[in-house]
Design a protein around this ligand. Structure first.
Ligand code: NDP
Length: 341
C-alpha cells in the first residue's frame, strides 16, 4: 500500500494568505478554535470575518474581538477564503442558497469534513478552489493543543484547483490553524468520508452489537446487571485499553494485561473466522457508503430530525436500543447508583 505524504510547517508559506479576507461561516466547535488559531498565527484581525446568525455564537465571537457579519451574502462577497464550519447537514442549504450566488469566482472554499464534497452536495464554480483541512480532533483540543505549542492530527487535500493555487493555500491554512506542527496527512474527501462513515456504520454498530449480545449471554448465565455494567464498560477499562493502543500499539498494549488474558485474547482472535465480517464490511463500504446509498437515505429523513418524540427517527432509535437487555439493565443500575457515579 502506498504511504501518504505528510506536510510539516516548513512545507507551508503563510505569505500566500497576506491581504486575503478569511471568512469563517460558523463559530462553534471548529470555527471558534480555528479562527483563534489562525489569528494567533499572524493573520490580522481586520482580515478575519465571522459569519454567524445573531445569537450566542455570534456574541462569543464578538467578545473575543472578532468582526461578526450576520448578513451571509455580504460576508460571501468579501471572502477570498471561506471556511465552512457549520454542521455538515445544514451546509448544502446555507452554502448553496446564501453564499454561493455572491462568492468571488476565485474564492478558496475550505471544508473540515469530506461528506458534502464527496457526495457533491455543494454547488462550486469550476474556477473556485475547494480544499479540505480536516482536524481529527474536537475543536477544544484544536485550540488547547495550539496554545500549548503542539500540533494535532489533520487530513489535507485539494479537491478542486480552480485557481491552480489551491495547494499552497491549503498548506498555509493548515499551518495557520496549527495542523502542520504534528504533520498534516495528504488525504481526500473520498478517503475521509469512507473512513468516517465506515467507522460509524460498520465498525461501531458491530461493537455495539457485540456488547449487547455479550451482555445478554452473561446475564442469562446468572451474572448480575451491576457486575456486568462495571466489568464491561463502567469501570472505564475499555477506554484505558484504547488509550494504551493509541500510545503503545493496538496489539502490543496487551502486554499490560494478565498472562491468562493475553493468551485468551491473542489465541481467541486468531481462531475466529473473519471472512463473514469482511464481506459484511465490504458490503457496507461499497454498497452503502461509497455508492451514496446512505447519504440518500439520511437526506430523506433529515427534516424529521427536528421533530419531537417518536416522530424524530433518532429518538425512535434511542427508544429501541433502550429496550435491549443491556439498555434496560443499565437504566436500572444507573438509577440505583445515582449520585455515586
Ligand atoms: P458546530 O455544531 O459546532 O457548529 C456550530 C456553528 O454552526 C455555530 O456557529 C452555529 O451558529 C452554526 N450553525 C448551525 N446551524 C446553522 C444554520 N442552519 N445556519 C447557519 N449557521 C448555523 O459544528 P462543528 O464545529 O462540530 O462542525 C463544523 C465542521 O467541522 C463540520 O464539517 C464537521 O464535520 C467538521 N469537524 C467537526 C469536528 C468536531 O469535533 N466537532 C472534528 C472535525 C471536523 P448558529 O446556530 O448561531 O447559526
Amino acid at each position: 500500500m502506498p504511504s501518504a505524504k505528510i506536510y510539516y510547517d516548513t512545507d507551508a508559506d503563510l505569505g500566500v494568505l497576506s491581504d486575503k479576507i478569511v471568512v469563517f461561516l460558523g463559530f462553534g466547535n471548529q470555527g471558534a478554535a480555528q479562527a483563534q488559531n489562525l489569528r494567533d498565527s499572524g493573520v490580522p484581525n481586520d482580515k478575519i470575518v465571522i459569519a454567524n446568525r445573531p445569537d450566542s455564537y455570534a456574541e462569543d465571537a464578538k467578545s473575543r474581538g472578532f468582526n461578526v457579519e450576520h448578513d451571509f451574502p455580504k460576508a460571501a462577497k468579501v471572502a477570498d477564503i471561506l471556511f465552512l464550519l457549520i454542521p455538515d447537514q445544514v451546509q448544502p442549504r446555507v452554502f448553496n442558497e446564501e453564499f454561493a450566488p455572491s462568492l468571488k469566482p476565485d474564492v478558496a472554499i475550505v471544508v473540515a469534513s469530506g461528506y458534502n464534497v464527496y457526495y457533491k452536495l455543494l454547488n462550486f464554480k469550476p474556477t473556485q478552489d475547494v480544499v479540505m483541512v480536516a482536524p481529527r480532533m474536537i475543536g477544544s483540543s484544536v485550540r488547547s493543543l495550539f496554545e500549548k505549542g503542539k500540533g494535532f492530527p489533520c487530513f489535507v487535500s485539494v479537491e478542486q484547483d480552480g485557481t491552480h493555487k489551491g495547494f499552497p493555500i491549503a498548506l498555509a491554512l493548515s499551518l495557520a490553524i496549527g495542523a502542520t506542527k504534528a504533520g498534516a496527512i495528504a488525504s481526500s474527501a473520498r478517503e475521509e468520508t469512507a473512513m468516517d462513515l465506515f467507522a460509524e456504520q460498520a465498525l461501531w454498530p458491530n461493537i455495539i452489537l457485540l456488547f449487547k449480545e455479550a451482555f445478554g449471554v452473561l446475564q442469562e448465565a446468572g451474572c448480575s446487571d451491576e457486575a456486568l455494567c462495571y466489568e464491561m464498560w463502567m469501570s472505564k477499562e475499555p477506554a484505558e485499553i484504547f488509550e494504551r493502543a493509541a500510545e503503545e500499539g493496538f496489539i502490543t498494549q496487551l502486554k499490560h494485561h494478565s498472562t491468562v488474558s493475553q493468551y485468551g485474547q491473542l489465541n481467541g482472535a486468531l481462531k475466529l473466522d473473519g471472512s463473514t465480517i469482511r464481506s459484511h464490511f465490504k458490503e457496507i463500504l461499497y454498497n452503502r457508503v461509497l455508492n451514496g446509498k446512505f447519504q440518500r437515505e439520511f437526506s430523506a429523513i433529515e427534516a424529521d430530525l427536528e421533530k419531537e418524540g417518536d416522530a424524530n427517527p433518532l429518538n425512535k432509535l434511542y427508544t429501541e436500543h433502550g429496550k435491549s437487555e443491556l439498555g434496560e439493565a443499565e437504566s436500572r443500575v444507573r438509577a440505583r447508583l445515582a449520585g455515586l457515579l
